[in-house]
Structure formats: structure tokens, C-alpha cells
Design a protein around this ligand. Structure first.
Ligand SMILES: [Zn+2]
Length: 407
């Protein structure tokens, strides 16, 4: 008998009972430092002082909290130049921001805003230290060379809950002339500091709460069933889904519900950590091409696709990969979201459909998408990097069906 009282024979039998089990092996990378908590924006001055003396501050068009940031910078004798952007960043936005930062001799970058602002900041911080043209490093429309230098120090402060962009290693940029969205991507782009202050989300209007919150939910579900999921991202996804399950509707209906807001911001951070390390799936595979061709906000697109992708993924898995681990995971997703231990995968999809209705998620038709656009969208989505992590390879017919249902 061994110390634990289990005979060697019994212990060998235990290991034999799981013949397909592979040893756990994964890698996990994130921002160098994460500060989380209501009111933490007030700590920004000290953290910024460690990064440099001249900063480029990128914000959205309306940045109600920016004055607080500027005060903290001034108190630390840090000079700043401001770069407000509107909408999702384009290749031109990044070039312009980089030129400004160079002209102002900025040695670090702060992004204060939603995913668009945070992504713009990530790309500008990268272009400040990597020589050459932005196109040298862009996938698809550029030369796709890897970045060689670590980005200038970057401090990311999200104001939505959210995209999780404060802890991801890519920036999604639109190229209007190519009608496409592409990523600048590198582990060297991970922010130096992600400062996540739930107070910044207290005044988000219901519509933004809905679309960004459903993006968060998608960014917890897709990494959880991704072909690249690992035990660490799994833990984050499970906890994040539980939080969305009990908080998103509350945050939408009662914006002043501080506990629900805090929970959603944490879930958003978890989603960012998960997607950066485990990838996404078909919802994001479609969201890229749709966002490149139509003026549709990312979160809203993901929300309108999510239940339909889940339903078709489930059917395809049952037909072609009935032993897939993803089927069990879809069941677990339903149980985490509904809080019902007996919930089926279908009940989870129905729960999400109901949530989308309650949050007034528009269908894809609202952005001018028509059935004639499907072939191009399917062609582009099929090669999107997110699509490669979907738990099952979808056929063009299945992809067509998803778009048809979401229209
Ligand atoms: Zn997303």
C-alpha cells in the first residue's frame, strides 16, 4: 500500500481509466501589470511617472473622465499631447497618431476609451519603436512582417465593459479603401499596464452596455469551446460567464447598479485574457469581414450572430463529431449562464436569445447587410484567423445559414 492507502494496482487502474488524457501544456501571456478597482484612475499619475515624461493620450470624441487623467499627469509634471479619435481606428488613424507622437517627442502612450481607442493606442505605441511603414507589419493588405522591437510603454484604461482590449496583443484596424479590417498582431504589443476602473463604466448608456456586454459574453464563450482552450483560460471563462449570467441584464436595466457594473468589467477583463491566449471562433470570424464592409459596431455584430453560431455549431458537432468535448462544454455554458445545473445546451442558446431580445439587439439587416453580400462575407470569414479556432470547421452552407438567420 502507498502512503495514501491506494494500492499501486488501484492507482494504475485509475490512470488507465483515462487513456486519451494528454498531459497539460500551455502558455499564457498578458499585460505586465493589471490594476483593478473602483477609483483606481486616481492612481494613474504615479504609474505614468514610471513610464516617461511626455505622453500621447488617445481618447474617444467625448471623454468625460479625461480631465481627471490630465490633472494627475500635470501633478506629476508629465507633458501630454492629446489625440481624440472617432469610431473604430483606420490605418490612417494610426499613421496620424504616430506622426503626432513623434512630433511631440512622446516616450509613452496612454489610451483611455473603448476597444477602438485602446487598439489605436496599441498600434501607435508599436509604431513608435518599430521603424518602417505600418504596411510592413499588417496582415493581408501589408507585408505581414513581425514587429521586432517592444512597443513604447503603453497604459490602457478601458471605459467600457467591454472588449478586454486592455490585455490583448492585437489592434484591429480598418482599411476603408480595401473594405476590410486587419490586425496588427504581436506579443510585443501587450500593454505595460492595464488599469481597469469600474467607475468609468457607471455612466455608459444602455445601448453601449448591451453591445459591449454581449461582446464580452461572446469573448468568454468562444475561447471556452475554442480548439486552443487551455485550463487557465477555462477557469477565467467559467467565472466570467457566471458573472455575465447574473449581471449583464441588471447593468442594462439599472445603469446605477454598481455591483453589476463591477462584475461586467471583471468579466470583460477575463474575456480579454481568455481570447488573447485561446483564440475565438465563428462569431468573430464573421465580425471582422462584416465590420470591414459595413458601418456596424463590433459588439452589436457579435451579439446578433452569437445564438445562431451556437445553434449551428451544436448541430454540426452532433452530426460530424459526436464525441467532441465541445458538446459537453456547450452544456456547461448553459448551466453557468442560467444557474440551472440541469440546463441543456439548447436551453443555453434560448437563454442568450431571450437576453438579446431584452437588450434590444438589432439584426444584421439594420446595418444594410443583404443576402447578396453573403458570398463575399463567407469567403472572407472562412480564412479569418478566429474562424480557425471554431470547435468544428463549418461548411459554406452552414455559414450561409448562420448569416441568413442573423439577418
Ligand atoms: Zn469581440
Amino acid at each position: 500500500m502507498t502512503k495514501a492507502g491506494i494500492s499501486p494496482a488501484a492507482s494504475a487502474a485509475h490512470f488507465q481509466s483515462a487513456p486519451h488524457r494528454l498531459p497539460i501544456r500551455f502558455e499564457f501571456a498578458t499585460a505586465t501589470r493589471i490594476i483593478f478597482g473602483a477609483g483606481t484612475l486616481r492612481q494613474i499619475g504615479a504609474a505614468a511617472a514610471e513610464m516617461g515624461h511626455h505622453v500621447l493620450v488617445i481618447t474617444g470624441r467625448t471623454a468625460a473622465r479625461a480631465p481627471l487623467l490630465y490633472e494627475s499627469l500635470t501633478a506629476q509634471k508629465i507633458d501630454y499631447a492629446t489625440f481624440p479619435i472617432s469610431g473604430e481606428p483606420t490605418v490612417e488613424t494610426v499613421k496620424e497618431g504616430t506622426r503626432l507622437a513623434q512630433a511631440e517627442k512622446c516616450d509613452f502612450v496612454i489610451g483611455l476609451g473603448g476597444g477602438s481607442v485602446l487598439d489605436a493606442g496599441k498600434a501607435i505605441a508599436a509604431m513608435l519603436t518599430n521603424s518602417g511603414d505600418l504596411y510592413d507589419y499588417l496582415e493581408i493588405i501589408g507585408r505581414g512582417q513581425p514587429l521586432t522591437q517592444p512597443s513604447a510603454p503603453y497604459l490602457a484604461i478601458p471605459t467600457t465593459a467591454g472588449t478586454g482590449a486592455e490585455v490583448t496583443r492585437n489592434a484591429v484596424l480598418a482599411s476603408p479603401e480595401h473594405r476590410i479590417k486587419v490586425s496588427l498582431r504581436s506579443p510585443l504589443m501587450l500593454p505595460r499596464l492595464a488599469l481597469v476602473d469600474p467607475e468609468l463604466t457607471y455612466s455608459l448608456p444602455p445601448e453601449i452596455t448591451a453591445s459591449t456586454g454581449l461582446d464580452t459574453l461572446t469573448q468568454l464563450i468562444e475561447p471556452y469551446v475554442s480548439t486552443r482552450a487551455n485550463p487557465m483560460t477555462d477557469a477565467l471563462c467559467r467565472e466570467g460567464m457566471r458573472r455575465v449570467g447574473r449581471s449583464l441584464r441588471r447593468a442594462y436595466e439599472t445603469g446605477s447598479d454598481i455591483e453589476a457594473r463591477e462584475s461586467m468589467v471583471l468579466a470583460s477583463l477575463y474575456g480579454g485574457l481568455a481570447l488573447a491566449n485561446a483564440g475565438l471562433g465563428a462569431v468573430h470570424g464573421f465580425a471582422g469581414p462584416i465590420g470591414g464592409m459595413f458601418p456596424a459596431p463590433h459588439g452589436a455584430v457579435c451579439a446578433s450572430l452569437l445564438p445562431h453560431v451556437m445553434r449551428i455549431n451544436l448541430r454540426a458537432l452532433r452530426e460530424r463529431q459526436p464525441a467532441s468535448e465541445a458538446l459537453r462544454r456547450y452544456e456547461e455554458i448553459a448551466q453557468l449562464l442560467t444557474g440551472d445545473e440541469a440546463a441543456t445546451a439548447e436551453a443555453g442558446v434560448a437563454w442568450i436569445e431571450e437576453l438579446c431580445q431584452a437588450l434590444h439587439v438589432p439584426s444584421l439587416a439594420a446595418y444594410g447587410i443583404m443576402a447578396e453580400d453573403f458570398p463575399v462575407l463567407i469567403e472572407k470569414a472562412a480564412v479569418a484567423s478566429s474562424m480557425q479556432a471554431n470547435p468544428i470547421k463549418l461548411t459554406p452552407e452552414e455559414m450561409q445559414e448562420i448569416l441568413g438567420r442573423a439577418l
